[in-house]
Ligand binder design. Structure first.
Ligand code: AMP
Ligand code: ZN
Ligand code: FE
Ligand code: FE
Length: 283
């Protein structure tokens, strides 16, 4: 069976591999297709595409948008987006500005907690990419404030944590509209992070998003168990949504996640790519 990975991050956002390194890794892993889905930026896509052509890997252009949701975390993936889309780039610029505005507020909180991190350290860690909490977490681990990136999140950086600062982000409707304006396929990322009580509640949310133009849901994911994946697949089947999958590989920012296989047993069928392509062609 041909396997793919449709959710990964590079140095354009908070991943630690460059687009070229990631594409090479996908080639070595024997993946049929790879999507680069950096947070709130398309900056890694051109370099990724060039490397993919040399490597003989199929690259699916993607992006991952942060979405405002009252509970848990909502992220929206956009596949086969036209990265040159003016409305898309306009929205990305706004979201990127909100990120820049948030970073000093997180650093201020860390300072008050006795764990100083400077903006210069943060900029060096991010190497010009969009800065995210994983960069801050990695510095905290390197400085010995915490044992690991995960501990930095659990104790300090998670939503509601003592060093957390919110950033203003898009609502679900605007996020979906932005992806559609760029002729992309909007897909709900890692639905486990919505922290819904049960299948009924998840399906209700998905249906209201579909009403606004959602076209797919990420069913195979590193943090989903077999049962939750089956639940997601069933919701996709019942509501004519494209089922996709990805590891959310970040390199050193999530050392326990490996490309393609996640925590070890992830297997994402290449049929996801065919289904996305069919949806794109039907737009
Ligand atoms: P931000 O873009 O600053 O909101 O950070 C979001 C990133 O942090 C995403 O890549 C998440 O996967 C990552 N993240 C969120 N919670 C955790 C956690 N507990 N451990 C490691 N990474 C996390
Ligand atoms: Zn990330
Ligand atoms: Fe995400
Ligand atoms: Fe992600």
């Amino acid at each position: 069976m041909k396997l793919c990975d449709l959710h990964t991050h590079t140095t354009a956002s908070d991943g630690s591999d460059t687009p070229e390194e990631l594409v090479r890794l996908a080639g070595r892993a024997g993946l049929s297709a790879l999507s680069i889905t950096d947070h709130d930026t398309t900056d890694g896509l051109a370099r990724g595409a060039e490397a993919a052509e040399k490597e003989g890997v199929e690259l699916v252009p993607g992006v991952e948008l942060s979405v405002a949701f009252p509970r848990g975390n909502m992220h929206l993936l956009g596949y086969y987006i036209d990265a040159g889309s003016k409305p898309l780039q306009k929205v990305l610029k706004k979201v990127q500005a909100a990120r820049s505005e948030r970073n000093p507020r997180i650093l201020e909180r860390l300072d008050r907690l006795g764990m100083p991190v400077t903006m210069a350290e943060l900029e060096e860690m991010a190497q010009g990419g969009q800065i995210g909490r994983p960069h801050i977490a990695r510095i905290m681990a390197e400085k010995g404030y915490v044992k690991s990136v995960s501990q930095a999140f659990d104790k300090f950086l998670k939503k509601g944590g003592p060093a957390y600062a919110p950033k203003s982000i898009l609502g679900p409707e605007d996020a979906i509209k932005t992806v559609r304006a760029a002729r992309g396929i909007p897909v709900l990322a890692h639905p486990f992070s919505l922290m819904t009580r049960d299948k009924g509640e998840l399906e209700e949310i998905v249906l209201s998003l579909k009403h606004h133009g959602l076209m797919g849901m990420e069913c195979w994911y590193s943090e989903h168990d077999e049962h939750f994946t089956a639940t997601c697949l069933d919701i996709c089947r019942r509501n004519q949504l494209v089922a996709t999958g990805g590891s959310d590989y970040h390199g050193k920012a999530k050392p326990y996640i490996r490309l393609g296989i996640g925590k070890g047993n992830l297997r994402i069928p290449h049929s996801c790519v065919e289904a996305l392509k069919a949806a794109k062609n039907a737009l």
